[in-house]
Design a binder for this molecule. Structure first.
Ligand code: 2RA
Length: 340
């Protein structure tokens, strides 16, 4: 016997990946419902070999369904997640709405799988932001060995993190640059993204940081350790899929770069590609469609006592969103629901 699974937001980039990954990982599904907002209603989506017709999120009855993967953004989540949860369906939510709620666990299964047990207070589990998810997969095993004091991270985030409109804007703007009769002003992003980089993701906070940067701080503390200090600069780059991060880590104890490489080679979810030669590292285009978080450029930072630099790349629609949500469902299945 398997699970009755709902995917809400099934026509979006992340919702489609959720369906792909449930099928690829052979999640034990007895019944599946693909939900969409009224404007995308009837759109067909793929689930393995099957084609599903989307149903209306607004009128769907969640009673009797086990797990709902939500990828609909904070507004609709606020309306529909409590409805699903009250009907007894456990919600795994990809929006930021519940991430900082003390009664809702924020889970990256490679880091804090035991936290899923906290789902019962609200029947909701939160999925972290994409830039945090891939970073903590690499940080946790290093923290377990040498205790991280401080992290300085710069991100290089692909346009798919901003949804389909972000992808379309990069594509159309790039074409318009080769065709001067075609004007293409920024709409989704604040400045031209084609052949450019923009040091601004999400809204500005009072202290001058952006919400994306704040999320990396708050979520790392909730998932790994509240004592870790994080400072982040988040940057949008003209890449379609795959976020990259240059991470500088300061530890309590000395950690040799070779030992760090060995630890990361064994760590769950990590794939080390680290040859000190031309091309001996991973770039975002190579991680698309993969499950792993790739780690390259592992090297000592000799400007501080216990410092290390790493380069971390992952598919933001997968580990940063849909894959992590499906892994939470798997963890919930193995540790709590025990069907399948
Ligand atoms: C981005 N963090 O890349 C977002 C998506 N969750 O814009």
């Amino acid at each position: 016997m398997g699970y009755k699974v709902v995917v809400a937001g099934a026509t979006g980039n992340v919702g489609r990946e959720m369906l792909n990954i449930l099928a690829e990982r052979e999640f034990p599904v007895d019944e599946i419902a693909a939900l969409a907002s009224r404007k995308s209603l009837g759109t067909e989506v793929s689930f393995g070999e099957r084609t599903l017709k989307t149903q209306d999120l607004d009128t769907f009855d969640f009673t009797g369904w086990d797990i709902a993967l939500f990828a609909v953004g904070s507004g609709p989540t606020k309306e529909y997640a409590p409805k699903a949860a009250a009907a007894g369906c456990i919600v795994i939510d990809n929006s930021s709405l519940y991430r900082y709620d003390p009664d809702v666990p924020l889970v990256v299964p490679e880091c804090n799988p035991e936290a899923v047990l906290g789902y019962a207070k609200k029947n909701i589990i939160a999925n972290p932001n994409c830039s945090t998810a891939q970073m903590v997969v690499a940080l946790k095993p290093l923290h377990d060995r040498a205790r991280i004091k401080r992290v300085v991270v710069s991100t290089y985030q692909s346009v798919s993190g901003a949804g389909k409109e972000g992808i379309d804007e990069l594509w159309d703007q790039t074409k318009s640059i080769y065709n001067p009769t075609q004007d293409y002003d920024p709409k989704k992003f604040t400045k031209q993204i084609a052949f450019n980089v923009i040091p601004h993701i999400d809204v500005f906070m009072e202290d001058g940081s952006t919400k994306e940067e704040w999320k990396m701080v708050a979520e790392t503390k909730k998932i790994v350790d509240p004592k870790i200090k994080v400072t982040a600069t988040c940057v949008r780059v003209p890449v379609f899929v795959g976020h990259s991060e240059a991470i500088n880590i300061e530890f309590e104890d000395f950690l040799d770069e070779d030992e760090a490489r060995d630890i990361l080679r064994e760590a769950p979810g990590c794939m080390v590609i680290d040859k000190r030669e031309d091309g001996g590292y991973v770039t975002p285009i190579e991680c698309v469609g993969d499950f792993a978080t790739f780690i390259s450029r592992i090297r000592q930072d000799s400007t501080i006592d216990n410092g290390l630099n790493i380069w971390v790349v992952s598919d933001n629609l997968r580990k940063g969103a849909a894959l992590n949500a499906v892994q939470i469902a798997e963890t919930l299945g193995n540790r709590v629901l025990k069907k399948g």
